[in-house]
Each structure stands twice: as structure tokens, then as C-alpha cells.
Design a protein around this ligand. Structure first.
Ligand code: PGA
Length: 263
């Protein structure tokens, strides 16, 4: 895992947007896995800026979102489909026919999940998957105890997740209790992974998933099994890591490291 520690949220957003933009520039028909939540909002703002100021071209990319609340229609203002339109899709030249967000109000979630997995396969798999992390260590809605082999499915939300997400709803009782989510197995098949996190409240879980044991109790720790995972944290989220000096040295000497290993 490559760990990049940014000074603050804005720098974290700029670095992560630059990592995504570099992949889009290299491969115009990239398949990009997208995340929702507060964390990626700044990253999406930076991507919109790159589109407007530099003409970063999204017209041929395909996107797959990680998850969606069960029961919410795509136009519901708390749906992740709505979030994506508000924060990214409506502001760049993305082709709506290449955009996939799980359908929360599907009549048959099981069939839908199978269809979603097949769509990812048909698209040739995900080239770069963006992730946030929950306080309970979840990636997407893979709550503690999720199998590392899991695929897209319906998952019951953990108490902490419901509490954390209540801020987007009128009251806690309105937060859906279930979500359709890509599985850990689905996520680990992405060719590259970029996880972003910020703020003090993520410090404990970031130290655990980066430097602790691999465990389904912290599903983000599955990233330790991935050969191309990058984590961009702000200083607060990185504040409980014990090997900060090493991560910073690697970051500052990346060119030297790449030369040594012949990349
Ligand atoms: P947040 O959520 O970005 O709103 O903190 C992250 C997550 O739960 O994955």
C-alpha cells in the first residue's frame, strides 16, 4: 500500500483528483469505480475544475458506483444516484449511458446484483476504484464481518453507519437499514484502488486498516491484499499511524525508489 499524507482536506482532494485525472488521460475509455459520502466531494470538485479549465475528457469513460440505499428511487435526494449527479455527473461531459449506480428501488435486488456484476465484467472490469472509509472500517457498505470473497449484494447497515449517515436525513429513523453494495471480492478485482480519508474521527480506523492485521472486522484491511492500492489521508486521519516518517520518505523519494526497482 502506498500511503500519501496530505496537509489538509483540500490537498487530499487535489492529490486524489490528480491521481484519477492521470488515469483518465492515459486511458480515455477508463472504467472508474466511484464512491459517495463527504470525503470525495472535494475530489469531485477538483475533477470538475480540471474538466472546465483543462478540458479533461470524461466522454468515453464508464463508471460504476459502489453502493445505494435499498428503497430509495434514483431521483430521491438522499440517493447516491442523486449525489453523483449533483457532485460530478451534471458538471462534466460524462456520457449518461455509461454511468451505472445500483438501483435502490429495484423489485428484485438479487437479480439486480447479478446484473450489476455482469455489467462490470462486460465493461472489462474496473480500472481504478475510488473508496472512502467508514468509522467502523467499512469500504462501500461492507460492514464488519463481510466476507473478503463477497460480491455485489444486499447488506444490513451497522449501527455506527446509520448514526453517521443520519446527518443527511431529517431523522435517524429515515436512514434505510439496507443497502446494495459491491462486495470486497468485487472491489479487490479492480486493477487499482484509491482510498481517501480525512479528519480526526477516521484516525483510529486508518491506523487499524493500514498497520493492523487483515481482518473482516475492519473490511478496509482487505486492501493489504491488493497489489496496487494507494491511500491519501489528511494529517488528522494519519495522526495515529506509527510509520509516518517512512511513508513520507517514500513519497519524497518516489523517483529514487522507482529507479531502484526499474520502473
Ligand atoms: P464519509 O463516508 O465520506 O461521509 O465519511 C465514508 C464511508 O462511509 O465510506
Amino acid at each position: 500500500m502506498e500511503i500519501i499524507i496530505a496537509k489538509n482536506y483540500d490537498e487530499m482532494s487535489r492529490i486524489s483528483a490528480e491521481i484519477i485525472a492521470a488515469e483518465v488521460r492515459k486511458n480515455h475509455d477508463l472504467t472508474l469505480g466511484l464512491a459517495t459520502g463527504d470525503t470525495p466531494v472535494g475530489t469531485y470538485k477538483e475533477l470538475v475544475k480540471l474538466y472546465k479549465e483543462e478540458g479533461l475528457d470524461f466522454s468515453k469513460i464508464t463508471t460504476f458506483n459502489l453502493d445505494e440505499y435499498v428503497g430509495l428511487a434514483p431521483l430521491h435526494e438522499n440517493s447516491y444516484n442523486y449525489f453523483m449527479k449533483e457532485n460530478l455527473f451534471n458538471h462534466v461531459n460524462i456520457n449518461p449511458s455509461r454511468v451505472y449506480v445500483p438501483q435502490g428501488n429495484t423489485n428484485d435486488p438479487e437479480i439486480f446484483c447479478e446484473w450489476y456484476e455482469n455489467k462490470i465484467k462486460e465493461a472489462g472490469g474496473i480500472d481504478l476504484q475510488i473508496l472512502g472509509i467508514g468509522r467502523d472500517g467499512h469500504i462501500a457498505f461492507n460492514e464488519p464481518g463481510s466476507s473478503f470473497a463477497s460480491r455485489t449484494r444486499v447488506k444490513a447497515l451497522y449501527k455506527e453507519t446509520i448514526e453517521d449517515n443520519a446527518r443527511f436525513f431529517k431523522k435517524e429513523e429515515d436512514v434505510p437499514r439496507f443497502a446494495i453494495t459491491m462486495g470486497i471480492g468485487t472491489i479487490l478485482e479492480a486493477r487499482k484502488i484509491l482510498l481517501i480519508a480525512n479528519g480526526k474521527k477516521k484516525a483510529d480506523v486508518c491506523a487499524k486498516f493500514i498497520e493492523g492485521p487483515v481482518t473482516s472486522m475492519i473490511t478496509a484491511s482487505a486492501l493489504q491484499l491488493h497489489c496496487h492500492a494507494t491511500v491519501v489521508l489528511d494529517e488528522e486521519a494519519a495522526s495515529m499511524l506509527t510509520r509516518t516518517e517512512y511513508y513520507n520518505w517514500v513519497r519524497d523519494n518516489k523517483k529514487l525508489v522507482q529507479k531502484k526497482i526499474g520502473r
